[in-house]
Every structure is written in C-alpha cells, then in structure tokens.
Design a protein around this ligand. Structure first.
Ligand code: KIV
Ligand code: ZN
Length: 526
C-alpha cells in the first residue's frame, strides 16, 4: 500500500497561491493579462488549490486579468481580493463569477495602529464593516475568505470577536496574516492556539496562514501555524511579494513533502512542476532567483566540496535530502539540433506541455531556426525560454525592434544604430555613441522612439550552462515616473538586452499614457 492510500484528508494542507496578487505587488513587477494567464495555467498544472488572481477593484487591467483567469483556468478555486467596501466586493465577484469555483477574499485591519492611524476609525466600526462585507459576499458565493489584516499585531481578544462575526456571516476560510513579517514561530503558533480556544467555531472552517518575510521567518512561521492546526498556507512562487516577499511556495511544499514521515502532513501539489513554475515566474516578472535559494536556486542541488561530491557519488543521500527530479529539474540533454524541422519542434514542445499550431507554431519555428543557427543544439530549457519569450502576448501595441547594429572596439567608444517600429505605425531610426555596447543600443532606442527612459534595473542570466548558452536579460525602466519591465532571450546578449529594453519601454509608455496607475488604493493590502 502506498503512503497516498493511508493519507488522511484532515492532514492535507491547502496551497493558496498569491503570486498574481501579493506577488505582483512587488516593486517593478507589472504582468500583462497574457502573462498572468500563462502563470495561472501553470499554477493549475502545478496543482495548487487556490489561485488568488488579483485585486479587481485596483484597475481595469487587474479586473480583466482576474476575469480571464476565472473564465479559462480549470481546476483550482479562483479568488479575487476585496476590501470591505461594497464596490470592492462587487468588483471581486464580477471578476471571479465565471469560474467554476469562485472565491471572494475580503480583508480589513484589526490592529490598533492600522485602525487608528491608517483607517482612522474605531474597533466598533471595523466590526460593522466585517459583518456587512462578509454578508454581501455570501449573497454571491458560499466560498468566502476573511482576513484580519495585521492579525499578528492585533489584540487577540478583539480579533477573536471580529473573526466570530465573519463566521456568523458565513465565512468558510479565516486567514490570519503576519502582514509586516514581525512575528516568530512560537508566538504565531500560540496566537492560533488562543484563537481556537476563544472561537471554537474555527474548528468547523479552514484556518489559514499568510506570512511575510521581513525577518526571514515567513516559511518557519507558516509551518508553526500549520503545526498549530491551520490547513491553508498562502504563499508565492519564488517567495515574491510586498517588501521582502511572501512565504515561498516551493519551500513550503517541499518541506511538507520531505518531512511527511515526521509530520504526517501533505499537499496536492505535483512537485515535479515546481522548477518549471519557478522559471516561468522569474522570466515573466524579471525577478531572478538567487543562486543559493532553497529548492529552485541554481545551486540548490549542486555540490562544490570534493568530500561532498565523493559522498554523493557513492550514495546520493549522504548529502541530499531531496532528489532533484522530484522538483522537476530537467536534464540538460539535447532535444533538438540545427536541422530539426517544424514537426520535431512541435513534438518536443508537446512533450513539455506546450500545444502549438498554425501561425503560433510558425513564429516559434522561425525563432527556433534563428537560434539554432547560432547555438546548434537546443535543450528543453532553451526551448522553454524561447517559447516563453516569443509567445508572450502583449496587452498594448508597443514598439518593436526591427534591427540593430553595434560597432565596438577597444579603441573607440561603441556606436549603435537601431530601427524601431512605432505603435502608431511606421518606423524610426536612431543612433548613439555610448559608454558600452548595451548603453549605446539603449540610448539609440531612446533616440529612435523619442522617449527619455531612465534605466532602473538591469540583470543578465544564462538559461543553461556553457559558452553558447542562451542569455536572458531583464530590464526595468521609468518613463516620467511610471515603471515598466521587460525581458529578452537570445544567444547574443546585446540582442536579448535590446528586446528587453524595447518591451520595458512599451509597457512604461502605455502605462503612463493610460494615467500611469496600475497602482493600488492607499489602504491596499501587503
Ligand atoms: O499581508 C496581508 O495582510 C495581506 C492580506 C490581504 C491577506 O496580503
Ligand atoms: Zn500579504
């Protein structure tokens, strides 16, 4: 009998993914609708239980993204965030209502500092708002989650009264966040133990943890909550989120899986999809994963010391507590070569879970040929980077890089010329002599487009190892105070950088023309 046959449903920990809501609130991240949908589809493949798809009231773009995810992504519950106001709850409901499994998540702060200073109201008023909000949400759906924001810094007895009201009105999940990442494991566990005592009805519903990583304790605190009885963990892929981020999904899942024999807790996540999900989120958000990051860092399964290498060769478990294949790390084996045809590309992509046909396949094939001409042999990770880069849909009609030329030598400053297709039609050329080849190309793009952008972040990474590796570049620019992020992939790092820069510029210009704000209301959540 396998361990899955003996598992108890009451030991299952639900994974509530907030990459697209709290994660998307990370500075500089701005995903378009297509990118959010692609991440949500991958989260469904990963097997998360709930996808918090966004905060629909914050902008028409966020509303449309949540709605698209609710309409197209099958499997997980699709959740929209709302403050306690009627408009917020209406917006959240209208965005998620087409999902087969819609959820409204409403929140309001319960700590005195938030009530008095931020909301400038009273404890009694907050209670009234919770009653009205949960009751309104329950008119739309049975699946309503309530969070007392800044719960870990709230007076527990008062918070218990608020939670009791949410339960009376029919909330089915109660999430108590450590909004500012201040609590410690023992303290967080004790808070839940006290809440279970003060509000016995909590035993009837799902109690959830939501931890931020300001002191590096988000995963430890989440685990403490789970050990105190909570059965939902709110987390984000690669740990992205407000400030220092949220608890990292991959760390929680692998922690529960690796220590299942000790704790007896489990999740429904297919861990072999973790590495791919992490790469997709990193690529689309432009947030690179630190090399030594647990589970998904480049070095997470690498052994440097001779003694360790020797031990692992003799018996893997001497120095490895997890097998790299359980998190879906792909082998670097060659899947396609320079002479592979369209059919071979389609088949290789199909095996990786991408169904491409018609014009989309033609576009991917054209780009594959360009890269294969230079790289000769492509691995699965190269193909994944290529499809993510090439098939990314755009919400806005932006600039397109037609070509660039750079003259560089050790004796003269580099000179770049570029041609860019403009959103309004036609193309424009620009030239610039810069400090380095990438600087020259970026400034030539500015000259061609007439947009004065300020580069605020620039990162280079390699998709695979080796001299002919595909390079990935992430760029964040600011145009008149509005930021935009873009990524590019190519065997040529200047080409990857130019693609990334043009995309970032397109996003920033479109956002600043639409009034800039894809921003959150002042009292938005963290
Ligand atoms: O950190 C927080 O308090 C939040 C709530 C909305 C759950 O993100
Ligand atoms: Zn949060």
């Amino acid at each position: 009998m396998s361990s899955t046959d003996t598992r108890n449903e009451s030991d299952r920990v639900l994974i509530f993914d907030t990459t697209l809501r709290d994660g998307e609130q990370s500075p500089g991240i701005s995903l378009n609708r297509h990118e959010k949908l692609e991440i949500a589809q991958q989260l469904a493949r990963l097997g998360v239980d709930v996808i918090e798809a966004g905060f629909p009231i914050t902008s028409p773009g966020d509303f449309e993204s949540v709605q698209a995810i609710a309409r197209e992504v099958e499997g997980p519950v699709i959740c929209g965030l709302a403050r306690t106001s009627k408009q917020d709850i209406d917006a959240a409901w209208n965005a998620v209502r087409d999902s087969q499994r819609p959820r409204i998540h409403t929140f309001i702060a319960t700590s005195d500092i938030h009530i008095e200073r931020k909301l400038q109201t009273t404890r009694e008023d907050v209670k009234g708002q919770v009653r009205a909000a949960v009751a309104q949400a329950r008119e739309y759906t049975d699946d309503v989650e309530f969070s007392p924001e800044d719960g870990s810094r709230s007076d527990v007895e008062y918070m218990a009264e608020v939670i009791q009201i949410a339960l009376q009105e029919g909330a089915s999940t109660i999430n108590v966040p450590d909004t500012v990442g201040y609590t410690m494991p023992g303290e967080y566990a004790a808070m839940f133990e006290q809440l279970y005592r003060l509000v016995p009805d909590l035993h009837r519903v799902v109690v959830s943890v939501h931890c931020h990583d300001d002191l590096g304790l988000a995963v430890a605190n989440s685990l403490a909550g789970v050990q105190a009885g909570c059965r939902q963990v709110e987390c984000a892929v690669n740990g992205i989120g407000e400030r220092a981020g949220n608890a990292s999904l991959e760390e929680i899942v692998m922690l529960l899986r690796t220590r299942e024999p000790t704790m007896g807790l489990w999740t429904g996540v297919d861990s072999t999809e973790i590495a791919r999900t992490s790469r997709l989120v990193s690529r689309l958000t432009g947030y690179q994963v630190q090399p030594n990051k647990a589970i998904v860092g480049r070095n997470a399964f690498a052994h440097e010391a001779g003694i360790h290498q020797d031990g692992v060769l003799k018996e893997r478990r001497t120095y490895e507590i997890m097998d790299a294949t359980t998190v879906g790390l792909r082998s670097n084996s060659i899947v396609l070569g320079k002479h592979s045809g369209r059919h071979a590309l389609r088949k290789a992509l199909q095996e990786m879970g991408y169904e491409l046909d018609g014009q989309v396949l033609n576009t991917a094939f054209k780009r594959f040929k360009e890269i294969a001409d230079r790289k000769k042999q492509l691995t699965a990770m190269d193909l994944e980077a290529l499809v993510t880069d090439e098939l990314r849909g755009e919400d806005v009609r932006g600039y397109v890089l037609d070509w660039f030329e750079v003259e560089a030598s050790s004796r003269r400053p580099p000179h770049a010329r570029v041609s860019v297709t403009l959103p309004e039609g036609g193309s424009a050329q620009g030239a610039f002599t810069g400090d380095g080849p990438i600087d020259a190309v970026f400034q030539a793009i500015d000259a061609a487009t007439g947009v004065g952008a300020k580069l605020s972040d620039f990162q280079i990474g390699a998709v695979t190892e080796g001299q002919d590796a595909l390079g990935e570049v992430s760029v964040v620019v600011e145009v008149g105070g509005t930021s935009g992020a873009g990524q590019g992939v190519s065997t040529d790092i200047i080409d990857a950088a130019a693609r990334a820069y043009v995309r970032a510029l397109s996003v920033a210009v479109a956002r600043s023309r639409s009034g800039g704000a894809v921003g959150l209301p002042e009292t938005a959540a963290g």
